[in-house]
Ligand binder design. Sequence first.
Ligand SMILES: Cc1ncc(COP(=O)(O)O)c(C=O)c1O
Length: 391
Amino acid sequence: MSGIKNRFVAEHVRGLPRSGIRDFFALVQQMPQAISLGIGEPDFVTPWNIREAAIYSLERGRTSYTDNLGLLALRRTVAEYVEKTFGMSYHGDKEVLIGIGVSEVLDTAMRATLNPGDKVLYHQPCYVSYSPSIQLAGAKPLPVKVHEEHNFALQVEDLEAAWEPGTKALVLNFPTNPTGGVMSREETEKVAKFCIEKDLLVYSDDIYAELTYEGRHVSIASLPGMQERTIFLHGLSKAWAMTGFRIGYACAPQPIIEAMMKVHQYSIMSVSIFTQEAAVEALKRSDDSVARMRDSYHRRRDFLVRRFNEMGLTCHLPRATFYTFPSIACTGMDETSFCQQLLKEEEVAVVPGTAFGHSGAGFVRASFSTSFDKLQIAADRMERFVDRYRK
Ligand SMILES: Cc1ncc(COP(=O)(O)O)c(C=O)c1O
């Protein structure tokens, strides 16, 4: 479902597609008995100490606006956390902006830095908002396909081939939604070198960094010469199971944060104070909870990837996130028919790969942020389905 016909709607919005995930899940919601592997959020409730911090904040009557940049205590906590975890040093007072999730800080970053007609590279398949956010900022998206044979890591040769004169920026999301792909340090270094050569700004969405199961995530912002040209975007939705708190942040050189603050100030004003106070608690005292949730996802990942490969849905090992991205080639079906038929016949919901861009053709996204019991039932049903349609 895309496009809107109404003379009052702005032209640049008219042509934007609705998120394919939303449409599909409107359908799933009419089937309460279906098992959904489609969700993109943790199945854990937010750890208690974080919820308690939000309650305590309200109890103390903390109900005001905050500084437009966000609570100073949170900005300083973010700066400490980012230094400890990723090795980048930002000044909490002026190089950090707190926003409503990575969704908002990404949009704000683009609106603050892109001029009409600028071109922006992004790798695909990717999170659904990148291309629309680039377009809403008046710029032109330039997709770069990532391939299964490279474990969905971005190859600099593909970036070079997609680059055009007038390209201003690159969106990078590793670990990636929907593929679970990660980049090695060497691959990231090559991309960084390219960005420096072409004088690109990088929007680096590192929201899944803490859900890395093998190795350690290296943010492009931490590589030499990159911090000055990177807007580092992160948030608490995924690893801290805080999607409903709506907390994200951007770290960048002060003039960029200042520009972002203007956009944020006039559209958002400031994020709720009690969720910001809860975020301080999350970043200071929740490492154990994050590790426990990560261990649980890790076990579920191993199970689901093994089952997919056994049933013939070839599936690369996602080294991070809570998504698998198996190929459905063995069924000979296209991804939309596969998802619709699977839902109808076996009541299991997975998302067509093309919801994440045309480069997702031939794949589906199945999330393992669902209980082990449900994953087992879903895998049995999917195996039955694949056996029925195997070519
Ligand atoms: C890659 C990526 N970036 C950003 C977001 C949005 O997260 P937030 O809840 O912080 O707005 C998501 C949510 O699914 C995501 O997968």
